[in-house]
Unconditional design. Sequence first.
Length: 451
Amino acid sequence: MSSNPVAETVASLMPRAKAELAELVAFRSVADFDQFPRSESRAAADWVAEALRAEGFTDVALLDTPDGTQSVYGFLPGPAGARTVLLYAHYDVQPPLDEAAWTSPPFELTERDGRWYGRGTADCKGGIVMHLLALRALRADGGVPVHVKVIAEGSEEQGTGGLERYAEQHPELLEADTVVIGDAGNFRAGLPTVTSTLRGMTLLRVQVDTLEGNLHSGQFGGAAPDALAALIRVLDSLRTEDGSTAVDGLAADSRWEGLQYDEEQFRRDAKVLDGVELIGSGTVADRIWARPAVTVLGIDCPPVVGATPSVQAGARALVSLRVPPGVDAAEATKLLQAHLEARTPWGARVAVEQIGQGQPFRADTASPAYQAMADAMAVAYPGQEMQYAGQGGSIPLCNTLAALYPRAEILLIGLSEPEAQIHAVNESVSPQELERLAVAEARFLRNYAAN
């Protein structure tokens, strides 16, 4: 008899996992319905619902959340008296950016150099497949030893808070003893990692106006206030000379204690061009896990092609601020808004609108579930000890669940290791990571049930 039947079952299921992930990736489920059809997200939600029903889940439902999207819920009953574990992932994805820049089509799963490419392969449709693999392996080896709830969110990437608000309105729905968030990733491929902190996020749109309409730059330029120039000056004020984030009143000097990120490795992971410096001060871990980080996500202004010799009457930008643990995202939002308004030059009119917000998160790594996961990771990754790392990204639902269920243990694992290049062109997933993490999750559920 095999010493690890769960691992053997997962290995045998990998061709099916690839086919299912290909089906999921094919849905252009970007929850920005000004750019992508709502029907694509609905089709992805239906796929997840049918997959849960096929695995024996009851009470499968598409939840209409307050932001106009849908989350998929299902419940799989376990043995009487068993603990309840909530498994989370999301089926919505980031836009593909420049589709022409992809080596293979973004919504077509393509195998290349031992990896599977496509938008959402790692973030986070692969997380849905990971949960399915783990549950199938347990069912084939004696059954699932806990009650399982699954929630697949439909708008995580948009930061619009639909699932958080729904959970607050229906607090009994997602209640569980432990929550496994399948939307994080290993520090590097092959190194088992749980994410112990997340930065929060706030998203603001800033509009600067100076004139009733565009003017001829030859006739009026030099005296007429240029809105685009004013906006550029405002945005430049958000960074110091070395590139550190600088928002008036917001501390930016915290330090990360724990697993460190080698600077040269970071340069390789981030694909920084030769000769280009990293920005900010402190260790890399300080900068990406413990400190705020501002990013200008987009600017509305005339494109170079077709531009006319005009002084711009108006310009706007979308600004993201990642908020470190220990800082209230609402307070950071107020400080960022005040900074943008105060730094706008020349008396230009400025309007700031909040688009989204999520609180940072810090896990209790001393809880029993973490030991159960460490033991599971040791089986899935022989010879490797589970590591604890931060993550610069945001998963707003974590804080909502922590507030609703203060006794619940929350663990973050997933497929978004650096090579995955999530949110970027040519996103991919390592099938080896998918296989090993599915084994780890299955073993965790068994360990946790036995504690």
